[in-house]
Ligand binder design. Structure first.
Ligand code: C2E
Ligand code: MG
Ligand code: MG
Ligand code: MG
Length: 291
């Protein structure tokens, strides 16, 4: 089938990168240069203890500040990075940036670990754990300040190799989380053998948990399952106080979501954190976000 771009001759820029069109080639070549051109940046979003309101860590989320298209979200370029293998450099860049960031926070008295998302491609790279170790060494950071998030589906791409890599990372002292839990087709018997310490419930089950009975059942049983397996549970997609309260009642450990804050540029985190910690803990159960 002839695409629109082929018919009309030159490839025309579109507002977003269209999967399966010629624009991909442009995207890929631009993405290749994005690291050197300083166009990638880290946004962060806190994970908060639902009982105490304490910020226990943050997740690093990549953004691409494109010179002409403006800010591009990961869903629009991470899949291409995965297909082309560019993801490896991107992951290592993220880990390096995150470890510099957490080390700089530590100097200011904020001991907050940062979680970085990794891909299926990273999991099948037998040299990945060594590369991570090198980065941590060269940035003067340490393994307790960086954790990694892996989706169920990227583990199930090649479960055997994924397990090897995860074991190595865990032996280095890096904490691991299973991301987007509930959306993949993973085998629970397999997951239980992995050295993970945290399970993140996908936001699609969390966002309406206070009003949707099915979501409630799913979230509740996932929390129970995770706890029985000795894992901490994080709920993604906490958008309002009602969801926070429901999760708290269900015994969920941590929450992450727009209610606390949308992902913010790394340089803005300190200001958000100062403001967040100014609210006395005594009011936390009443109104976690009242400032
Ligand atoms: P994720 O790891 O599950 O990250 C959570 C996503 O949910 C983020 O989207 C975040 O902005 C969004 N989110 C957080 N709280 C809420 C909420 O309350 N409501 C709603 N509706 N959404 C919320 P984002 O930043 O667009 O990232 C999307 C996905 O892209 C991530 O999902 C992750 O799978 C991937 N990604 C992001 N950064 C990286 C990266 O550096 N490397 C890799 N391999 N993947 C990344
Ligand atoms: Mg994640
Ligand atoms: Mg997720
Ligand atoms: Mg996701």
């Amino acid at each position: 089938q002839v695409s629109k771009a082929q018919k009309s001759g030159p490839v025309v820029f579109q507002p977003s990168f269209d999967v399966g069109s010629n624009v991909n080639l442009t995207l890929v070549s631009e993405l290749k240069k994005s690291i050197h051109n300083n166009e990638l940046s880290i946004f962060v979003q806190p994970k908060v203890d639902l009982k105490s309101r304490v910020v226990t860590s943050v997740e690093a989320l990549i953004r691409w500040r494109h010179p002409t298209r403006g800010m591009i979200f990961p869903d629009q370029f991470i899949p291409f990075a995965e297909q082309t293998g560019l993801i490896r450099d991107i992951t290592l860049w993220m880990i390096a940036e995150a470890s510099k960031l957490s080390a700089s926070w530590l100097e200011k008295g904020m001991s907050i670990p940062i979680a970085v998302n990794i891909s299926a491609r990273d999991l099948i790279d037998s040299d990945f754990p060594n590369k991570v170790a090198e980065i941590l060494k060269s940035t003067g950071s340490n393994t307790s300040l960086i954790s990694l998030e892996v989706t169920e589906s990227s583990i199930m791409d090649d479960p055997h190799r994924a397990k090897q890599t995860l074991l190595q990372l865990s032996q280095m002292g890096i904490k691991l989380a299973i991301d987007d839990f509930g959306t993949g087709y993973s085998s629970l018997s397999y997951l239980k053998e992995l050295p993970v310490s945290e399970l993140k419930i996908d936001k699609s089950f969390v966002m309406h948990v206070e009003q949707n009975q099915n979501d409630r059942i799913i979230v509740n049983s996932t929390i129970e399952l995770a706890h029985n397996m000795g894992l901490h549970v994080v709920a993604e997609g906490v958008e309002n106080i009602e969801v926070w309260k429901s999760l708290q009642e269900m015994g969920c450990d941590y929450g992450q979501g727009y209610y606390m804050t949308k992902p913010i540029p790394a340089c803005d985190f300190e200001a958000w954190y100062q403001q967040w910690t100014q609210v006395p803990l005594i009011y936390s159960t009443l109104s976690p976000n009242s400032i």
